[in-house]
Design a protein around this ligand. Sequence first.
Ligand code: FAD
Length: 409
Amino acid sequence: MKTDVQVAIVGGGIVGASVLYWLSRFGWTDAVLLERRELTSGSTWHAAGNTTYFGPYAQMTRLFAGSIRTYLQAEEESGQSVGFHQTGSLRVATTPRELELFRQFTTKYKSLGIPYHVVDNDAIAALHPCIDTSGLFGAAHTPTDGHVDPVGATNALAQAARKRGADVVRHCPVESLCPHNGGWLLDTANGQIKAQHVVMAASFWTRELLLPLGVNTPLYATEHHELITGSVPQIEALSHEVPAMRDSHVSCSVRQEGNGFLTGIYETEPVFWSLDGIPKDFKEELLPPNTERLMTHLERLMERMPVMADAGIKTINNGPMCWTPDGLPMLGPLKSYPGLWLASGFNVGIGTGGGSAEFLAHWMTQGRPLFDLPVVHAERFGNDMTREEAVESIRACYRQGYRLPDAIH
Ligand SMILES: Cc1cc2nc3c(=O)[nH]c(=O)nc-3n(C[C@H](O)[C@H](O)[C@H](O)COP(=O)(O)OP(=O)(O)OC[C@H]3O[C@@H](n4cnc5c(N)ncnc54)[C@H](O)[C@@H]3O)c2cc1C
């Protein structure tokens, strides 16, 4: 293991691997990624892999679009498949106001060169025969997004970075870090490493690693369920994959998985996980599922997609999902700690990880972020937010689910 590097990245999920990849592309190959266990050990291994272009903030779209581009580049460079399925996505309008907001996004997507259409109910039915369109007002359709295999994508990013000379060290937990001679000293299970820069990409663990330095990052985890159904005859009969669907009333996303569906649900009452500290021995684990809590959402989903009633649930995954108080990641430098950078707080890290890493790596190597996006800057919460304040804000964000804010930003 190298012991003196330009940059050390802590955490080998999709975000850490993406940062390593982009730093190496920008020429910083004297870089090492340190992972506590295996790559993807945190939330990445069990993620559904959805990578839509459509988010509640139009200005975040560049991070979404950059992510798919990043994963496909890494696939080409490494030869490792990222399992991209270009199914497209439908964000259904459950109110006239939602449709109006979808229309307002059109100019933004046009300026970014991303295919985007607002479609009517007939078009929804033609694209996705399992959606009952009664009560809908149309949908936003992004035909070129879809989903990736998060494990394949993380490995492709790491392999492509390694090809350029960057290093990945697994089974190397970082125990502590401190400023040292204008750079940083990291204590790891495998010995000390000196680094000019450190990127914290350790999701909710970042909070615990930085607390001893007096850095209070409001990063906490909620539980999050995804359900996988058995085969659906209507899907078996098709020769193409249907688009993913997102619905603010049901508060879920549904994409095709094999000949069935995979749905991820944002519950009305989020349940927090390990607020008092992440268990030291937490491995590649899932949390006990609780289907009772999901019933209202599932009933609504069966109204929207009646085929769900007979599909039968095959698998339920409940995993920890990292949140910040406004639901957006924390990216960039902590200026009071020169050389310390954050890439943490991702609740849609597959969707935004690759593009966020490009944004951050550009900032680190060129002295300014790739483009202007202050809503994600790492220092926006200050250092004084209490746990109660952070949890209350996260609760509101999680409840928001797929509902759009009142105005488009
Ligand atoms: C059920 C479920 C479904 C989801 N589906 C989607 C989806 O479809 N699309 C989407 O965009 N997002 C989805 N997510 C969210 C997504 O999983 C996360 O946003 C993403 O994986 C976060 O990536 P990350 O790299 O920030 O964190 P992680 O994947 O958690 O990686 C952090 C890494 O840091 C390592 N680490 C921690 N402490 C240390 C230390 N001291 N030293 C070294 N390494 C350390 C951990 O072992 C871990 O590997 C889903 C989440 C859940 C729970």
